[in-house]
Design a protein around this ligand. Structure first.
Ligand code: ZN
Length: 414
C-alpha cells in the first residue's frame, strides 16, 4: 500500500505492467518534410503512411551540448542513454559539464533491458559500427573509431544483430579494414554466435543461438537499389519473432540510417524510398502494439528539404513528384519545381535536368560538398501501452527516459 501511494504521488514507478517489449525506430535525417515527401511519393496528398496511425505525437529538440545542430553520434547517445553530449561522442558524457572534468561512461537502454532479463536486438541499414547503432553498445570519444566500436560489441551480449559493416570485423588480409589483423568473427563464433552473411542464411536459421548477421562490408543498399535482398520490414519481422521467444520481453532498436545519406547528397528519391521502407517496417511492428511500446523518431533533419508550391495533386503523386518541373512564368524558364534543399552538392544541378534520370540531385541554396544537418525540430510518434506520455515537446535526451519509465527500466546514469 505504501508503495502504491508512493507511485501515485511521484509517478516514479508508472510503468505499464502490460508493456513488455519496446521497439525504437530511429530514422536518421528525417524531418517533417521527409514525412510529407514520403506520403506524396507513396500516393499523393491523400495517401497515408503507417506512422500516421500512431496515436501519440510530439516534437523533439535535437541540439547537442556544443552545437545548435547535432550530429548522429551526440543525438544517438542522447536517446540511447538519456544524457545529452557533444558532437562525435559515442556513449560518453561531455567532460566540460562534469565536475570531475572527465567524461562519464553511460549506460544505454539496451544494456538496461539486458540486465532486466530481456532479449535485445539491433537492426540497421548502416554499418553496425556507425554512430546510431554504436551508441547502444559502445563508448568511444569519437565516432570514427569504428575498429574500437566493433571491439566493444561482443561484451554487450546483443542477442540479434542484422546490419552492414562486416569490414570492421575482418583483418585487412581477408579484405577487411582492421589494421590490428584481428578476426572478430572468430571471437563471436567462440562465444556461441551464429555468423550469418546472407538473407538466405537468416531465414534458414532456426537455432536459438545469438545471431551476428552483417550482410554487407559497408552499409546495406538504399531500398530502391536493392537487388534480391530482403527489405527492412523482413528483418524487423524476423527480429520480432526471434526476440519474442523470451518470456521477459525484448528491446529492439531499428535504424533506417540511409535517409540521412541520400539527403546529404540531395538525392530526394533515394531518401524517400528509404522513408517508405521504414514505414513498411513500422507497419509490421505495429501488429505488436498490444504489449509493445513502439516509438519512431529522428536524430536530426538532414539537408533542409523543402517542398514548394503550387501544383495539383496528381502532379506531385509518385514519381511525378521528382520529374515534374515547374515553369516559372515570371522568368520564363524551368526550375526545379517542387523540391529543393537548404545546402549540399545540388547547388550545381542544372536548371533543367533530364527527366529520365530520377536520382539526380535537386537544387540546393548553399553550396557544400555534402548537405548539412539542420537545427529544425523532429517529430516523435508513439504507440502501445503508456505511449501517451510522448505527447508534447521534448528535448532529445528525454525520449529514452519516457521509454524507460513505461518499461520500468533504470538507466543508472545519474
Ligand atoms: Zn548525417
Amino acid at each position: 500500500m505504501k508503495n502504491l501511494i508512493f507511485c501515485f504521488l511521484f509517478l516514479s514507478c508508472a510503468h505499464h505492467s502490460s508493456t513488455k517489449n519496446h521497439i525504437m525506430f530511429v530514422v536518421d535525417g528525417m524531418g517533417p518534410a521527409h514525412i510529407t515527401g514520403a506520403r506524396l511519393f507513396k500516393g499523393g496528398p491523400e495517401a497515408r503512411l503507417a506512422i500516421e496511425n500512431m496515436p501519440y505525437t510530439g516534437i523533439v529538440r535535437t541540439a547537442s551540448t556544443n552545437d545548435f545542430v547535432t550530429d548522429s553520434a551526440a543525438s544517438a547517445t542522447a536517446f540511447a542513454t538519456g544524457v545529452k553530449t557533444y558532437n562525435r561522442s559515442i556513449g560518453l558524457s561531455d567532460p566540460r559539464l562534469e565536475t570531475s572534468g572527465e567524461a562519464r561512461e553511460l549506460n544505454s537502454i539496451l544494456s538496461a533491458a539486458k540486465a532486466a532479463g530481456k532479449s535485445v536486438g539491433i537492426v540497421s541499414s548502416t554499418r553496425i559500427t556507425h554512430a546510431t547503432p554504436a551508441a547502444y553498445f559502445a563508448r568511444v570519444p569519437h565516432r570514427n573509431m569504428e575498429e574500437e566500436i566493433a571491439n566493444q560489441l561482443l561484451a554487450a551480449k546483443v542477442d540479434l544483430i542484422i546490419a552492414g559493416g562486416a569490414s570492421y570485423f575482418k583483418p585487412q588480409s581477408l579484405g577487411g579494414k582492421r589494421k590490428d589483423q584481428l578476426n572478430l568473427f572468430d571471437q563471436f563464433k567462440a562465444a556461441g554466435y551464429q555468423i550469418l552473411s546472407t538473407d538466405k542464411e537468416i531465414f534458414e536459421s532456426s537455432s536459438p543461438q545469438p545471431i551476428l548477421a552483417l550482410l554487407n562490408d559497408d552499409h546495406l543498399p538504399y531500398d530502391l537499389e536493392r537487388k534480391e535482398n530482403l527489405e527492412l520490414k523482413d528483418y524487423v519481422d524476423f527480429a520480432i519473432k526471434y526476440l519474442s521467444k523470451n518470456p521477459n520481453g525484448y528491446f529492439l532498436v531499428v535504424e533506417a540510417g540511409r535517409v540521412d545519406h541520400a539527403s546529404h547528397l540531395n538525392q530526394v528519391r533515394l531518401a524517400l524510398g528509404d522513408m517508405l521502407a521504414m514505414d513498411r517496417a513500422v507497419e509490421r511492428a505495429l501488429d505488436e502494439k498490444k504489449n509493445t511500446l513502439i516509438v519512431v523518431t529522428a536524430d536530426h533533419e538532414t539537408g533542409g528539404l523543402a517542398l514548394n508550391g503550387y501544383a495539383p495533386h496528381d502532379a506531385v503523386t509518385g514519381e511525378r513528384l521528382f520529374k515534374n518541373h515547374k515553369r516559372d512564368l515570371v522568368q520564363e524558364k524551368f526550375n526545379h519545381g517542387f523540391i529543393s534543399w537548404g545546402s549540399g552538392p545540388g547547388f550545381h544541378s542544372p536548371i533543367r535536368v533530364d527527366e529520365s534520370v530520377l536520382d539526380f540531385q535537386h537544387k540546393a541554396t548553399y553550396e557544400t560538398p555534402i548537405a548539412y544537418h539542420t537545427a529544425v525540430d523532429v517529430p516523435v510518434m508513439a504507440a502501445g501501452p503508456g505511449a501517451e506520455i510522448f505527447t508534447g515537446f521534448h528535448s532529445i535526451e528525454q525520449i529514452v527516459a519516457l521509454s524507460a519509465k513505461i518499461l520500468g527500466l533504470d538507466l543508472n546514469n545519474e
